[in-house]
Write a protein that binds this ligand. Sequence first.
Ligand SMILES: *Cc1c(COP(=O)(O)O)cnc(C)c1O
Length: 578
Amino acid sequence: MLDEFLNVPRVAYFSMEIALRNEIPTYAGGLGVLAGDTLRSAAELRLPLVGVSLVSRAGYFRQEIDSEGRQIEKADTWDPSRWAQPLDAKVAVRMEDRPVWVGVWLYVVESHMGGRAPVLLLDTDLPENRTDDREISHYLYGGDEAYRLKQEMVLGFGGVRILRALDFEISAYHMNEGHSALLGVELLRRYMYPSDDVRPGELPYDLPRVRDLCRFTTHTPVEAGHDRFSYDLVKRLFASSVYGYDDRGAPPPGRPGAEHGPIDFALLSSLAGERELNMTQLALNVSDFVNGVAKRHAEVSSNMYPGYHMRAITNGVHPYMWSADVFRELYTRYVPGWCHEPELLVRVEEIPDGAILDAHARAKQALIDRVRALTSITLDAKVATVGFARRMTAYKRPELLFSDLARLKAIARARPLQIVLAGKAHPRDEEGKRLIARLHGLARELAGAVSVAFLPDYDLELALLLVAGADIWLNTPQPPLEASGTSGMKAAFNGVPSLSVLDGWWVEGCIEGVTGWAIQDAGSLYEKLEHLVLPLYYGASDGGSGWVRVMKGAIGRNAAYFNSHRMMRRYATEAYLR
Ligand SMILES: *Cc1c(COP(=O)(O)O)cnc(C)c1O
């Protein structure tokens, strides 16, 4: 079953979340979608990667909204046996006083062009484990601090061990966020100097060798967003981390190497911080290539962690995945080869204006139909539609567009507009949940003047409907907190320009009036909407061709560049081949 993936050395791509398909709820937001697009591009470009993540059987959560606008969280359980195959391997990760057994599922990402890439989903729900241990791999980002650390032990320690148990040859380990940083500790225990060569007072680990194997991508520009664990907790959970088992779960046959040695706290505090275990710091210290996910984000991260050579590889989205059917057809007809080489979309001028407008009108109608089905709100196909969908959390500022309702109504009186929103708040993000309720209140206040629809249960499928069906894609993060942002890139693949705060990818993607527009605050948002964007949309200034030109600007300048094929070709040549 695995043979086809074992013939070449592979890069092991670690991520706590991964969006494999809409039916598999193992993602919470942009990080997971990016991980999915990474593996989709790898399959398509035939780059040898293997994804490693948790199976998250209970998913993130399914979002319902009650009549007061409150988010209700339902378990989003999925059945791995429906989409993945169980593999015959099992490893033990010691926690506290006992082994926690980790099994594994194989999911194969298949490109519509024929390439395939394996993803390993780690699972502790095995009969050998205690009931509470069986749940370690159930809830994505669920539970308390101890639960999170257990998940990270399964991902980092378990992931490295399972790769070996399955006979993968790994040429590099790529950590995405600090969640998987414990893999570095596992490798350090694997690669130790023979004890004769170690001078007293020195640590016996071959750090240069491990650094040579590891790459780290940070995706969060705020210190508070990085995982840290108290050493009390770490000591309790790692207490008996003398591994009594080899990769296949058998007692050690006496293989040299230190996987059976205890976790060394002198090592941890030297790499991960003296006062607490900082997973980002650990990941930075065990990797000889580190990067941020946009140029601005790399700068912000260098300031946060001085002393590391922080590079920038700007994110991208998967071309085929994020183009609506109607645009796939257009591109295939007028820009053949675009699936493999999305750069070819610079030739967007080959596509007649009418064909672009027609494709967009169909995508917009699909969104309008869905809005009606989900909310019984009827939007108007002729009215400019602003789309905003993302994780609902304070820094994304979903309420910015609504900060002056009188102004918004006045703008809409002159030139009508309607708004479609979606997004989940993390179950423990009280502020995020308050924002969702507030948006529902604002929608009621605007009723009659501006139609506002909030679509529940934002997921991959809704995301595509929204980015393709909106006319204008809005993004209003608080700078510098948006590391990259990717939904605006998805919009570009569907000819939808962004109206966005200059942060993350938009610093690189915005050419004013050509690919979209930059805003700073609510004032400039209203100003541009009223005087630039809506007049252009309604063709007041030039009879209509101006709007298509911006749609083509989004495709030809942004989709052509901000795609995951370009991103993966850069990871391959700059990060993986070293
Ligand atoms: C693309 C996507 C995101 C990330 O969008 P941002 O613009 O980066 O916030 C989050 N959730 C889903 C379902 C997505 O498809």
